[in-house]
Write a protein that binds this ligand. Structure first.
Ligand code: PLP
Length: 377
């Protein structure tokens, strides 16, 4: 029951340990950055900081793409931005679906007035390159291949490099969901020649939710520039947003940037740079191995086969006879620890244990194992 309005006080959440599918634990320095004085969004100080955010994002994505920026909205907006800018009505897009987010891609394609050709794989399996190749051969008129690199709903990692190569061989651009992969597992936008890639601030970057880093290759930019239909979304039309981010003396108003959230992103990307990508990838892998060793002792098994497991998103099978909701509630109330429920096909069957960014630490692994052991006793 809500309180009467006169009883409402400042919101003071308890500090949880976030080991679900995101948002993840935020670096303390990132939370501090958030509370620094707000400056105007066209202030030269802020503009200089945005240039650094762009540089740091290029590092995180491993790209020289000039068109690299953070959309002022969550990962879903990054997804939508890629589709509305790159897909025109009447086009055909091959969409890989091996979990919740592939299906959202289908929804986006259809809302662009295009046709989605679905390539389905089981929940927990990676996208099958063989099926994708067959679909590309069967649909030579397809313009784009869309897939999720790290499927957060299942914990499966797909081979983005191979999928992108197949797309190129068949004259397709790629739209790649890297919401959960960025910073957690290798993602090499230029080396793998990915075209439109979007991510989120709240997963392995351990930043506040609500920002979506994106990068577009020169091929993707050329496609945007040759559009025959106006992008249906004014806010997400990247040709307008770019003027705001591209600087060089002509930065103009598009929307009011979320100034303090961008301070936070700057700080979290700086941490990633200072740690080094390879080191961050290895740390996620090491923590995953520690977690796995403890789960093995508890008799808890993984949903995804070993070669395709994401270290940052551990989907595990709920043991027979165990009350899913009761265990998660116990963890929350007794340990202030959040783990994720299963989504879609895995609802009630799996837990999703996140080891993302700042959350990929020994303390978190130990807490989670202790709490699960206690809950299952
Ligand atoms: N894509 C994937 C793979 C995700 O995991 C998520 C969020 O969990 C999204 C897209 C949507 O991101 P957001 O919730 O920030 O809008």
């Amino acid at each position: 029951m809500a309180r009467s309005i006169s009883e409402i006080q400042s919101f003071q959440p308890v500090a949880r340990t976030l080991m679900g599918p995101g948002p993840s634990d935020i670096y303390p320095a990132v939370l501090q950055a958030l509370s620094r004085p707000t400056v105007g969004h066209l202030d030269p100080l802020f503009i200089a900081m945005m240039d650094e955010v762009k540089q740091l994002l290029q590092y995180a994505f491993q790209t020289d793409n000039p068109f690299t920026l953070a959309i002022s909205a969550p990962g879903s907006a990054g997804m939508e931005a890629c589709f509305v800018n790159l897909v025109e009505p009447g086009e055909k897009v091959i969409v890989c679906r091996n979990g919740v987010f592939g299906d959202r891609m289908r929804e986006n394609v259809e809302r662009c007035g295009a046709t989605a050709v679905m390539v389905d794989d089981a929940w927990g399996a990676p996208v099958s390159p063989e099926k994708v190749e067959a679909a590309l051969k069967a649909h030579p008129d397809a313009s784009t291949l869309a897939f999720v690199h790290a499927e957060t709903s299942t914990g499966a990692c797909s081979d983005a490099q191979t999928l992108a190569r197949l797309a190129r061989e068949h004259g397709c651009l790629t739209i790649v969901d890297a919401v959960t992969s960025l910073g957690g597992v290798p993602l090499k936008v230029d080396e793998w020649q990915l075209d439109a890639v979007y991510s989120g601030s709240q997963k392995c970057l351990s930043c506040v939710p609500g920002l979506s880093p994106v990068t577009f290759s020169p091929r993707a930019v050329a496609k945007m520039q040759s559009r025959t239909h106006k992008v249906q979304s004014w806010f997400l039309d990247q040709s307008l947003v770019l003027g705001y981010w591209s600087g060089e003396g002509k930065r103009s108003y598009h929307h009011t940037a979320p100034v303090n959230s961008l301070y936070a992103l700057h700080e979290s990307l700086l941490r990633l740079y200072q740690e080094g990508l390879e080191h961050a990838w290895q740390r996620h892998q090491d923590m995953h191995q520690h977690l796995k060793a403890g789960l093995d002792e508890l008799g808890i098994t993984f949903v995804v086969d070993q070669p395709y497991r994401l270290p940052q998103l551990n989907a595990v099978t709920i043991p027979d006879g165990v009350d899913d909701a009761a265990v998660r509630q116990h963890l929350l109330t007794t340990y202030n620890l959040e783990i994720g429920a299963g989504l879609g096909d895995l609802a009630g069957k799996a837990w999703r244990i996140g080891l993302m960014g700042y959350g990929a630490r020994h303390e978190n692994v130990a807490l989670c194992l202790k709490a699960l052991e206690n809950a299952l006793r």
